[in-house]
Design a binder for this molecule. Structure first.
Ligand code: NAP
Length: 234
């Protein structure tokens, strides 16, 4: 299978690339800005699973221009895409009155706009049976517990949730499925930034194992769903 994972330089995305890389039949394009970290990840995967196929692509998703600048790099690695995991995310935590227009642009660019543009760019490479998995957040689920300082982050994930539902309908005839996993706390840099000192009950590797399995099989059972993945009550 051919997979694209965004936000692969650390945290959940990195663990997901490692999980997919265990199967030598998988070809994984790993995207993030930190290309040295991606090259290191490629080396780690080759070291741990000798026949891993990981292709590091250093790219800032807020740059857009995907058809002209990102697609050629992806297509030099894979001709088709079976699984796209839109995992890259940006969290900026501030009291609501302190958010600047630039904060708003940056959050929406990473968490929403780049996902829209990347899906548009990659759809021509997707055959019936392909699965798009958007990585959301419990904070972006309607009715869930909300936290101070996360208004823009959580609402950007809320927008992604509705995009997931809309696209599942719109792409139905093409046979491409779209679902969202709304993550609860996972022990990563992002979580430590938002909740310093909090010990998450889930590791990146544990979450990655669930996401990998869901990405491979979840669309045989559901489409357009927002799945809350949290041990606490929403
Ligand atoms: N950890 C949690 O508790 C938690 C909870 C709910 C939801 N989530 C969601 O889960 C996903 C993964 O989170 P995480 O905790 O693993 O976060 P993380 O440790 O902060 O990693 C974020 C990833 O996104 C990439 N990224 C950020 N901006 C980018 C850009 N402009 N272009 C390309 N890549 C970019 C980063 O790579 P570079 O810096 O190298 O570009 C990094 O690989 C995110 O969507 C997050 O919102 C996480």
């Amino acid at each position: 299978m051919n997979m694209i994972v965004t936000g692969a330089s650390r945290g959940v995305g990195k663990a997901l690339v490692r999980e997919f890389a265990k199967d030598p039949a998988n070809h994984i394009v790993a995207i993030a800005r930190d290309k040295p970290a991606l090259i290191e990840l490629q080396k780690e995967c080759l070291n741990d699973f000798s026949r891993a196929h990981v292709y590091p692509v250093g790219y800032d998703l807020t740059h857009g221009a995907f058809p002209a600048r990102l697609l050629p790099e992806i297509e030099s690695a894979v001709r088709k895409v079976d699984i796209l995991v839109n995992n890259a995310g940006l969290l900026i935590q501030k009291p609501f009155p302190d958010f600047t227009p630039d904060d708003l642009d940056r959050i929406l660019n990473v968490n929403f706009k780049s996902v829209v543009l990347l899906i548009q760019a990659l759809l021509p490479l997707m055959d019936p049976g392909a699965h798009i998995v958007n990585i959301g957040s419990m904070g972006g689920v309607q009715g869930s517990v909300k936290f101070n300082g996360l208004s823009l982050y959580s609402s950007s994930k809320g927008a992604l949730a509705i995009l997931t539902e809309c696209l599942a309908e719109e792409l139905r005839s093409s046979g491409v499925s779209v679902n969202m996993l709304a993550l609860g706390a996972v022990d990563t840099e992002m979580l430590q930034k938002a909740f310093p000192g909090y010990k998450a009950p889930v590791s990146p590797a544990g979450m990655a194992s669930f996401i990998a399995n869901f990405a491979k099989t979840g669309h045989h059972f559901m489409n357009g769903r927002i799945i809350p993945l949290s041990l606490s009550t929403p």
